[in-house]
Design a protein around this ligand. Structure first.
Ligand code: PGA
Length: 251
């Protein structure tokens, strides 16, 4: 089964109601004028999910940036996967490095969140990636293997899970992994998934690259055989840039 590319925008903690709606409308209009070729998704901050859900057409999907593992309860400040689904989401990012680093989320916590996403009927985008120090120490592939083993639920399937490779040193820095380096890691992720989840799950599951993907480098990254899309931060805040990346994916 060929893998449909997924181009996902991670807005992070950016956007108030007026500019968020304008950005979502511009991306939705661009998405609907591009029939097929790739799947498009935006993940705005939680406060904007409800209003933006009302603006999206069929061609643009909505996702959350994080979820709690529990469905409800005494978890001040958190948001459950069920709440995201209720707000119109079909995806949620879990285990982003900014959550792992700044909120102390370990692989077990990330896996619990991915399982919560599945329970709520959402597709989990499970993020993995090495730090600069780990890369410099030659530990990239070992770190990724450990994160895949610990963070991707045993029951994950291609229909409910996506893995995003986001080298921490490339996020928001303007530095990008070379297409060849990124491909090496993506191939490693697919091999690890084949070992843990079986060959057909690994073959069908989409693997996204994230970390300073932009219009200038997207085509070369997306041309790699195991890169099936992008998780895009900075460039997702400008509709023309985000749409240009989608065009590169649909080629
Ligand atoms: P960036 O962020 O594109 O701004 O590097 C990617 C991400 O953190 O998802």
């Amino acid at each position: 089964m060929p893998r449909t590319p997924l181009i996902a925008g991670n807005w992070k903690m950016n956007g108030l109601s007026a500019d968020g709606a304008a950005l979502a409308e511009a991306v939705a209009a661009g998405a609907s004028s591009r029939a097929g070729g790739c799947e498009m998704l935006i993940c705005p901050p939680a406060t904007l999910l409800h209003p933006i859900a009302a603006l999206l057409g069929e061609a643009l999907k909505l996702g959350g940036q994080d979820c709690h593992a529990a469905a409800s309860g005494a978890h001040t400040g958190d948001c459950s996967a069920e709440m995201l689904a209720d707000a119109g989401c079909s995806y949620v990012i879990v285990g982003h490095s900014e959550r792992r680093q700044h909120h102390g989320e370990d692989d077990a916590a990330v896996r619990a969140k991915a399982e919560a996403a599945h329970r709520a009927g959402l597709v989990a985008i499970v993020c993995v990636g090495e730090t600069r120090a780990e890369r410099d120490a030659g530990e990239t592939l070992a770190v990724i293997a450990r994160q895949i083993a610990g963070s991707v639920p045993p029951g994950a399937r291609a229909a409910d899970s996506v893995v995003a490779y986001e080298p921490v040193w490339a996020i928001g820095t303007g530095l990008t992994a070379t297409p060849a380096d990124a491909q090496t890691v993506h191939a490693h992720i697919r091999a690890e998934l084949a070992r843990s989840h079986g060959a057909s799950v690994a073959e069908d599951m989409r693997l996204l690259y994230g970390g300073s993907m932009k219009p200038e480098n997207a085509a070369d990254l997306l041309a790699q055989p195991d890169i099936d899309g992008g998780l895009i931060g900075g460039a997702s805040l400008k509709a023309p840039d985000f749409l240009a990346i989608a065009d590169a994916a649909a080629r």
